[in-house]
Design a protein around this ligand. Structure first.
Ligand code: UDX
Length: 447
């Protein structure tokens, strides 16, 4: 009989995982503790913007006309325990307030609420990003709290999905990593992932600590690549070089590769910044902090970029104060194709200029509602053109396709000054300059 799957936590990761599991043919029961989320999902609505996810959900949620009916939602842990053979824990692990460490309270609470209901053998699979060593502790706690004892087994299966590509990354992952302690756990997970593995996704079997580390190591490497190219951008700025050309030339070396070498205002979001910090905190607890001191530098190069963008804008506007200057900010989300504004470099820059007296107007294709909640004192416009109307400077801070397709000529008609600063090195300088704009970008010569 086909395995029955549950997904605990229906945020970014969980909602996508649940829909993907239904797409792979399994009966799926998703759980969340927030009633509004469950109500939305039951109607086939996604609580965030993620390309393709709503379609996938509507294809499977029970009760929606024409759906497979394989995906249902509940708030009841007892129902989840009775239903599932494999339970995926997909709750989030944010940064602890005022500390570097990871906040494990949602994971701990999910395990604590599920375990007492496990009266039949089950595999509980952690997907959340956790400090190394968590799986070992959770496995012990699970076996102690579950009525079936050791037949409530744990496995760790980190998730590598990117926002904006969540559906594709879940159905066609670069790799599937499983930390297991028994052949039985491996067999169940091979069954779950038979679809993607059959299409060529590598299946890497390892122990608990390695599986937890793959995730934090991958994100540390990605963060390092971005901060490396941003450090090169700083040197280019000092030496008169062009970091975009530099990155292109570096990328032809297969060992380096082209990806994640886009210099600009740096990385943000709900993952990279908090994951490298939690990794440093955990290494400290393990007595291995020296191994990760470089990550402190990666973090500080990254955070420095935001201030450098503010200074670049100040200088381009003639130096001195921002008082009385009108600044249009294009982009609020931490990256395009997402409505996520968590630790967004774009909003940070907008906020800094606003605090220094600038009149900032922000426009973002999908992030306006979230940005407005986080920064209610900023002004927001309905379109890029409206944001730019009367602006003394335009700051391009999140590289949405919509911004690359703007007509510099038409925009020049409404701007007060034709001055654009590209914080993402994503616009074509030649096109903007041809339309009479002063175009400046991070890590590139100004003319
Ligand atoms: C990241 C990892 O890529 C993913 O594998 C993991 O599961 C979760 O964390 P995500 O946070 O969705 O995914 O975003 P990502 O595409 O990695 O971008 C992160 C940040 O880096 C964004 O702010 C982006 O603008 C920035 N970035 C990315 C750069 O500044 N330059 C680059 O070259 C690439």
């Amino acid at each position: 009989m086909a395995l029955k799957i549950t997904v605990i936590g229906t945020g970014y990761l969980g909602a996508t995982h649940a829909a993907a599991m239904a797409e792979l043919g399994f009966e799926v029961l998703g759980l969340d503790v927030v009633p509004e989320k469950i109500e939305m999902l039951q109607r086939g609505e996604v609580p965030m913007y993620e390309p393709g996810l709503e379609e996938l959900l509507r294809k499977h949620v029970a009760g929606i006309e024409g759906s497979s009916g394989r995906l249902r939602f509940t708030m009841d842990f007892a129902e989840v325990a009775a239903f599932g053979d494999v339970h995926f824990v997909c709750v989030n692990t944010p940064q602890k307030h005022g500390e570097y460490a990871c906040d494990m309270s949602y994971v701990d609470s999910a395990f604590a609420q599920l375990a007492p209901h496990l009266t039949k053998p089950a595999l509980v699979v952690g997907k959340s990003t956790v400090p190394v060593g968590s799986a070992d502790r959770l496995a012990r706690e699970l076996a102690a709290a579950a009525p079936v004892g050791a037949e409530a087994e744990l496995a760790w299966n980190p998730e590598f999905l990117r926002e904006g590509f969540a559906v594709k990354d879940t159905l066609h992952p670069d790799r599937i990593v499983v930390g297991v302690r028994s052949a039985h756990a491996e067999k169940l997970l091979r069954e779950v992932y038979a679809g993607p593995v059959g299409e060529g996704s590598p299946f890497v079997v390892t122990d608990f600590p390695t599986s937890e580390l793959v995730k934090t190591a991958a994100n540390s490497f990605l963060a390092t690549k971005i901060s490396f190219i941003n450090a090169m951008a700083e040197v280019c700025e000092a030496a008169g070089g062009d970091v975009v050309k530099l990155a292109e030339a570096l990328g032809y070396d297969d060992r380096i590769g082209k990806k994640f070498l886009r210099a600009g205002i740096g990385f943000g979001g709900g993952c990279l910044p908090k994951d490298i910090r939690a990794f440093m905190a955990r290494a400290g607890e393990l007595g291995a902090d020296q191994a990760l001191t470089f990550l402190r530098e990666i973090d500080s190069i990254n955070m420095r970029r935001r201030g450098q963008m503010v200074e670049m804008a100040r200088e381009a506007l003639g130096g001195g104060s921002f008082l009385g200057k009108r600044v249009a900010v294009l982009g609020a989300t931490f990256k395009p194709d997402s409505d996520d504004v968590r630790d967004s470099p774009a909003l940070n820059v907008a906020g800094q200029i606003h605090l220094q007296g600038g009149q900032v107007t922000v426009y973002d294709p999908k992030g306006m509602a979230n940005a407005g909640r986080l920064f209610p004192t900023l002004a927001y416009a309905e379109s890029a053109v409206d944001a730019v109307r009367g602006a003394d400077a335009v700051l391009h801070l999140t590289e949405w396709r919509e911004f690359r397709e703007l007509d510099p000529e038409a925009l020049g008609e409404v701007a007060s000054e034709r001055l654009i600063l590209d914080g993402r090195n994503a616009l074509d300088p030649a096109v903007w300059r041809a339309a009479g704009w002063t175009y400046r970008a991070m890590g590139r010569p100004s003319a």
